[in-house]
Design a binder for this molecule. Structure first.
Ligand SMILES: [Zn+2]
Length: 323
């Protein structure tokens, strides 16, 4: 159970402050060449944690940017590019009160509101939690509902799985009833034989949300899972993180998934890419994109623009699809 003082913070009225406008500055070494840089977005991270992680690089996106783009930064290696958007997932109820402050901090930041299965305590979502989620979902810079889902690592026993399943039904019901057309962010994790993606898809279909724009975050399923999901969910995309830079284990599944179904994410501050010092940060999305381009044998410029378009179509960051 949550303390009543915490429940109150869910509903505290936060005045809508103006989003701080950040105009990207050409990095010193690239002066005058900003137009030629590639554009990219981090489709999934946790800025509430990035700004406060042990050894946090900075407490704003610009502070992180300044630090990681310094020549010789130990948080790189960074190749220069334009980080056009960062989608920060707020999925820990204890940190939901940070939602407005963080998304107003920088005009490249957007949010989603959800409930990660590892933070679930009760077998249902409390009404104060439901209200706070709706309040965030109404925000025009909130682009999605999630992450929500099933995590067999955080709940390997039957009781925890049951709790996660009943909450997932509850959360999908909240999302459906909200009438929201914003994206749905899903988290499924378990061993290859856990069938977690299959089970998750059954619930998605049962709740009638398979036609929504869906981001299956940090995908680690099989070809069969991809086939099932693509058949059932016409607008589902699969997210890949820095994990793919540390192993060749994901190469064949990335090769298999059509490039119009892929988005790049950092899941920062977790999951630093190969050779990058922790904590992870949104600018490392460039490592993920480069690895996907390598696997797909595509030109970087082509892959970057394709993935950015997929991200935009899923989250509708900018109203018109970008060319
Ligand atoms: Zn996440």
């Amino acid at each position: 159970m949550f303390q009543s003082s915490q429940e109150e913070t869910f509903l505290v009225h936060i005045p809508t402050s103006k989003r701080r406008k950040v105009i990207p500055q050409p990095h010193s070494q690239m002066s005058g060449r900003l137009e030629s840089l590639l554009d990219a977005a981090d489709s999934h991270c946790h800025l509430d944690r990035c700004f406060a992680a042990p050894g946090a690089i900075g407490d704003t996106l610009s502070a992180i940017e300044n630090s990681v783009t310094q020549p010789g930064s130990e948080y790189g290696p960074i190749r220069f590019f334009n980080l056009r958007a960062v989608i920060s997932n707020f999925c820990d109820p204890k940190r939901w009160h940070l939602f407005e402050n963080i998304i107003n901090e920088d005009n490249r930041i957007y949010g989603t509101i959800g409930y990660h299965p590892k933070y679930l305590k009760n077998s249902f979502v409390m009404s104060s939690e439901r209200m706070r989620m709706m309040q965030c979902l109404d925000n025009k810079y909130c682009l999605g509902f999630g992450e929500i889902g099933l995590d067999h690592y955080h709940g390997p026993d039957n009781q925890s799985i049951r709790l996660q399943v009943s909450n997932l039904y509850d959360l999908l019901d909240i999302y459906s009833k909200s009438g929201s057309n914003k994206a749905l962010v899903l988290h499924f994790r378990g061993d290859a034989d856990s069938g977690v993606y299959h089970k998750g898809l059954e619930i998605i279909k049962e709740c009638g949300v398979q036609n929504k724009r869906i981001h299956v975050h940090c995908f680690s399923g099989s070809r069969n899972d991809v086939m099932e999901w693509c058949r059932a969910c016409p607008s589902a995309v699969f997210g890949f993180t820095g994990i793919i830079t540390k192993t060749t284990q994901y190469d064949s599944i990335i090769e298999y998934i059509p490039s119009n179904r892929i988005v790049a994410e950092t899941d920062s501050p977790m999951l630093s890419p190969y050779n990058c010092k922790s904590p992870n940060h949104p600018f490392n999305v460039v490592q993920v994109l480069d690895k996907i381009a390598h696997i797909k044998k595509m030109k970087r410029s082509e892959l970057y623009s394709k993935v950015l378009r997929n991200t935009n179509e899923t989250y509708r960051i900018w109203r018109e699809p970008r060319e």
